[in-house]
Ligand binder design. Structure first.
Ligand SMILES: Cc1cc2nc3c(=O)[nH]c(=O)nc-3n(C[C@H](O)[C@H](O)[C@H](O)COP(=O)(O)O)c2cc1C
Length: 146
């Protein structure tokens, strides 16, 4: 089962997460799609493969709907995620000082708990179609070869 999560303020990350879920299930993978608003760090202990599409909001902050998840994750010092493989697609805008900061922060916190990268995080500027295709290709290669 591939868990696809997203955090979005105006729908871009949500829409890419939906596309990811649709394409993966059309390719024969079992997927589940979830807003980080409805997710907890503890649930990650049951997840083997996590794909997360997240934007950055405010001043380098998570989207509002992901604030609780991120706070809980930062506070879960004892959480071990060494069983978890993950890939992050980060949306942002280079006009902002803290470009794609939430994606970077989420990456750091997962990695600090022992989770392993399926593929390197890709940070996207406002035109993200090509980066999404690239990320999706890397993700499917990594999943298919494991
Ligand atoms: C009010 C506002 C604040 C933003 N702050 C940041 C930021 O700090 N860093 C960044 O990289 N992008 C920032 N962005 C850009 C968004 O992350 C980008 O537009 C993204 O595609 C939004 O995706 P979403 O619709 O999934 O929320 C901001 C955009 C707005 C409108």
């Amino acid at each position: 089962m591939i868990h696809i999560t997203y955090a979005s303020e105006t729908g871009n990350a949500e829409s890419l997460a939906e596309d990811t879920a649709t394409q993966l299930s059309n390719a024969g993978f079992e997927t589940t799609l979830c807003n980080l608003e409805d997710f907890t760090p503890e649930k990650l202990t049951e997840v083997k493969t996590l794909l997360s599409v997240v934007s950055t909001w405010g001043d380098g902050d998570p989207p509002t709907e992901a604030e609780d998840f991120y706070l809980d994750l930062k506070n879960s010092q004892g959480l071990s995620l060494s069983h978890l493989r993950y890939a992050i697609l980060a949306l942002g805008d280079t006009d902002y000082e803290f470009f794609c900061q939430f994606g970077k922060d989420l990456d750091r916190e997962l990695s600090a708990r022992g989770a392993k990268k399926l593929t390197e995080r890709i940070d996207c500027n406002v035109d993200y179609d090509d980066e999404f295709e690239q990320w999706y290709g890397l993700v499917t290669d990594a999943i298919s070869n494991s």
